[in-house]
Design a protein around this ligand. Structure first.
Ligand code: B12
Ligand code: SF4
Length: 467
């Protein structure tokens, strides 16, 4: 069968309380999930598979429809983030209009709202969790002309139950094939904070055992790929000329030992590339950072979120301000760049001064970059349940949106102490205060390597300030 896997364009993303400029820069990541599905189908069947990243070129729906029709796609697979549900819905319609016989949806939105997604008009099946094997089973079933029913991890037939968690987690991440990034235009993706080389993303673990109340990453079944398997994939990337890799694991340093082992393998093989990870501050020590630096790590992204013990406790971050400050100081000493993520408008920020304190704290930490978000509790998180329980959040709007995605929908913010407009104003203040400092501007001017680098940074900076 001909299977076209589509990442929808980002034309109607739910107002996500991230400045537009940051959002625009975010869209330059490769569609890793679709690559994983495509590779698995290609290695395990004779189906023809293509990937259409409609985000990369901001393709409009008639173009998507034409692509489905011209290639004669029989099955269309769509990847779905909840904040992009309107675009997902429009993509499903375009696929149908283009003549697709079957439409299947997978991705984080389905993991959180499987039945609601299955009930959307035009959807034949949804795949919950890791989609490689379920998608293969599904397409094989349709290829045989059979009715899809009872496939593990899939809701297709009205009698199919919502798959339970144990069904869709693979125990052996090494068993998944190494991704062939030539299935996409891999040389077109870039990292706005990077050095300008060809860039890609990669996963080396799944899940996270922590319990931050704003996050609903699967808690159990933390699994990792072996250092050898990870390095085989890195080597394949380097072979293609890729020089920058962002490991998008939820939390890269669940244990220091794993990070040491991976770095040892990178060093042993002499793999030359620059990499970024998402870290927790807990457990960060000098030997670890020094080894990471030697192995090519250039940047660590930390979810700091808050600057007070009360704020950290309320979000169940399980770290202290002391640990945060220690980790940032060590990174600076060792020479690894840092990005700090902060939230604005959390339950423990009760006045404008409290938020300004958070902003001041982010400046004192002295990271190389900072990202501020207005806290937007998502259904499925503990914080959302707490908000509903305490009467801060209304349960209906999100559920209406899941059933009938409309462009008018706005996700609720935690508005116990501030209006949405006040939070937006504070968000803009935060970005200006951090990025308009002479010290920041001077540091970045010194780091500019060439004209292209200057143009990229200047554009991003101007967009941020305009946003
Ligand atoms: C990297 C990342 C980003 C990157 C790049 C995202 C991108 N477009 O690729 C950036 C920084 C841009 C980003 C932004 C945001 N992100 Co993000 N991000 C991630 C992260 C860490 C990794 C995603 C990834 O590449 N995983 C690796 C791939 C291989 O795994 P996967 O996506 O799970 O895919 C598997 C299955 O889902 C399934 N599958 C996926 N698609 C399909 C399609 C078909 C047809 C099938 C059959 C199966 C299938 O099979 C895949 C292979 O096993 C995840 C957390 C996580 N660990 O997954 C959060 C996550 C996806 N992000 C999330 C959120 C909320 C956001 C933001 C809204 C945050 C914000 N407030 O701005 C924005 C939205 C951006 C936007 N406009 O779309 C949520 C999504 C929740 C939801 N219900 O939608 C997640 C799950 C984090 C969390 N736990 O809260 N994100
Ligand atoms: S926010 Fe990060 S550390 Fe906390 S549970 Fe989610 S992935 Fe884990």
């Amino acid at each position: 069968m001909r299977v076209l896997l589509i990442r929808p364009p980002a034309r109607h993303t739910v107002e996500s309380e991230v400045p537009e400029a940051v959002e625009a820069e975010n869209l330059s990541y490769p569609p890793l999930a679709l690559l994983s599905i495509a590779q698995f189908l290609l290695e395990n069947s004779d189906h023809e598979v293509q990937i259409l990243d409609a985000q990369l070129d901001d393709l409009d729906y008639p173009v998507i429809e034409a692509r489905v029709r011209e290639w004669g796609a029989e099955v269309v697979g769509v990847t779905a983030f909840t904040v992009q549900l309107v675009d997902v819905h429009k993509t499903i319609h375009a696929a149908r209009a283009g003549g697709a016989r079957y439409v299947v949806v997978g991705g984080p939105h389905v993991n959180d709202f499987p039945q609601e997604c299955r009930n959307l008009a035009g959807v034949d099946a949804v795949v919950k969790g890791e989609g490689q094997q379920p998608m293969l089973d599904l397409v094989n079933t349709w290829a045989r002309g059979e009715v899809a029913k009872g496939i593990p991890g899939v809701i297709a037939h009205p009698d199919d139950p919502v798959p339970d968690e144990d069904v869709y987690f693979s125990n052996d991440l090494d068993a998944y094939p190494i991704l062939d990034r030539t299935l996409i235009e891999y040389e077109r993706y870039y990292d706005v904070m990077g050095a300008g080389g060809i860039f890609t993303t990669m996963v080396t673990s799944r899940g996270c055992p922590y319990r931050c109340t704003f996050c609903n990453t699967p808690r159990h079944r933390y699994r990792v790929t072996s250092p050898a398997r990870a390095c085989d994939e890195i080597a394949a990337c380097i072979q293609l000329g890729i020089r920058e890799i962002y490991f998008v694991d939820d939390t890269f340093n669940i244990t220091n030992q794993r990070v040491h082992e991976l770095c040892d393998e990178i060093l042993r093989r002499g793999l030359q590339f620059s990499w970024t990870v998402r870290f927790r501050v807990k457990g960060v020590d000098r030997p670890l950072l020094e080894k990471m630096k030697a192995a090519g790590c250039s940047r660590i992204q930390f979810g700091v979120e808050q600057g007070t013990e009360e704020g950290l406790l309320r979000l169940k971050k399980d770290v202290t301000s002391r640990e945060i400050e220690h980790a940032f100081a060590l990174c600076r000493e060792v020479g690894i760049h840092t990005v700090a993520y902060f939230m604005i408008g959390t339950p423990t920020e009760r006045s404008r001064e409290d938020v300004l304190d958070t902003i001041d704290y982010s400046i004192q930490l002295n990271p190389d970059f900072v990202m501020y978000n207005i806290l937007t509790p998502f259904p499925g998180t503990t914080l959302y349940d707490e908000g509903v329980r305490d009467g801060v959040l209304d349960i209906d709007p999100w559920w209406r949106f899941m059933r009938e995605p409309t462009e008018a929908f706005k996700a609720q913010v935690w508005d116990e102490h501030f209006s949405r407009d006040e939070l937006r104003d504070l968000l803009n203040t935060a970005y200006r205060r951090f990025y308009w400092r002479p010290r920041f501007v001077a540091r970045n001017l010194l780091q500019i390597r060439n004209l292209a680098d200057f143009r990229r940074k200047a554009t991003a900076g101007l967009r941020l300030l305009a946003g």
